[in-house]
Design a protein around this ligand. Structure first.
Ligand code: RIB
Ligand code: CA
Length: 345
């Protein structure tokens, strides 16, 4: 690591795994988190804002501006996912109401301001619907060239959806914004967005055992979680951040178990945050990418034209391979150390 901190802008629909992405960046010394855009998705945008402000406050971080995005997707009515992320978006965890405020400007303007403040250096990460990034691109079409890198968690490539049989949540909530974002990049920009779909992120499965390793890395007391526990059983971890993450993850474990996927939880968004800081964590392949907007059964489906049938240049780098163990080693060491220094008991 060169020691030079990299400016990072994170657009989230916090959400349990968005929260895990945030704490990953908090624990990454090479990341300078310069702003957070709150996007409607897992929960309504005002709840996303509260979750972002409250998590920053819990973690003692006071210098990261949080902006509120659009209440609704570009065209389609908002759908939320409290069944997956809990009534307030952080699973069973409830954080104290934040005492800090949002920026006076909105999330789209926050994207543009951050990009102009760090021209050619800013790393953008989007782990929710792409509504506010699309609005930022409409406001400033030079945005792609101002970014050094863009990592998107979204889509499903040659893989089933998690919201419809073919569509992934972030794209399904706002397919028009995803289409506009993908259309804004081409080989002229100098870099292509790295797009991590379910085909890749569902390899990153948090388990009670891995969560125990995280608690131990934080020097926290912990009790192994199990599917046999009472639903919603509160964490008794001694570390304040581990307690919140355990309560959040328990809801996510219960949801995946109820879906028949096991007592585990796919950490889609933390993988995007880790790749934003080190693209070598995944193998990716260039392809032209499109989003189905009018299909009766397929709206929100993301398509990779691997065989170049459309006769178009690639506009994305699609993540196709990852080493989950390497990711979890890095996640546990960074988040564990960050959580440990929070514990003043
Ligand atoms: O499909 C998974 C994605 O949708 C994740 O970003 C999760 O937080 C939800 O937003
Ligand atoms: Ca998300």
């Amino acid at each position: 690591m060169t020691g030079v901190r990299q400016p990072v802008f994170l657009d989230v629909d916090t959400g349990v795994d968005d929260a895990m992405a945030l704490v990953y960046l908090f624990g990454s010394a090479e990341a300078e988190l310069v702003g957070i855009a709150s996007t409607a998705g897992n929960v309504p945008v005002r709840q996303v804002c509260r979750n972002n402000l409250a998590l920053l406050e819990l973690c003692g971080i006071t210098d990261v501006p949080v902006s509120m995005g659009s209440e609704n997707p570009l065209q389609t009515p908002l759908r939320t996912a409290e069944d997956t992320h809990g009534p307030y978006g952080l699973g069973h965890a409830r954080l104290p109401a934040p005492t800090t405020s949002l920026t006076p400007y909105d999330a789209a303007e926050a994207w543009v301001r951050a990009a102009h403040a760090h021209p050619g250096e800013l790393i953008g990460v989007a782990t929710g619907p792409l509504t506010n990034l699309a609005l930022a691109l409409r406001a400033d079409p030079t945005l792609p060239r101002l970014l050094r890198r863009l990592v998107i968690m979204g889509g499903a490539f040659d893989y089933r959806g998690n919201t419809t049989p073919v569509a992934e949540w972030n794209v399904s909530v706002d397919p028009e914004s995803a289409a506009e974002v993908f259309a804004a990049w081409d080989s002229e920009v100098g870099h292509l967005p790295i797009v991590l779909g379910l085909n890749l992120t569902e390899n990153i499965a948090m388990t009670p055992q891995l969560l125990g390793r995280l608690a131990a890395a934080a020097g926290s007391s912990w009790t192994p979680m199990s599917v046999d526990d009472d639903r919603g059983a509160a964490s008794a971890a001694s570390n304040p951040l581990i307690r919140v993450l355990e309560d959040a993850m328990r809801f996510y474990f219960e949801f995946h178990h109820d879906q028949g996927e096991g007592y585990l939880a796919h950490l889609h968004d933390p993988l995007a945050a880790a790749v934003a800081l080190d693209t070598g964590l995944v193998r990716s392949r260039p392809a032209p990418v499109g989003v189905e907007l009018t299909g009766t059964l397929t709206r929100g489906m993301t398509i990779a034209d691997w065989s170049r049938r459309w006769g178009r240049e690639p506009n994305a780098l699609i993540g196709v391979d990852v080493d989950p163990a390497a990711f979890f080693d890095r996640f546990i060491s960074r988040v564990g150390a960050f959580a440990k220094q929070l514990d003043h008991s």
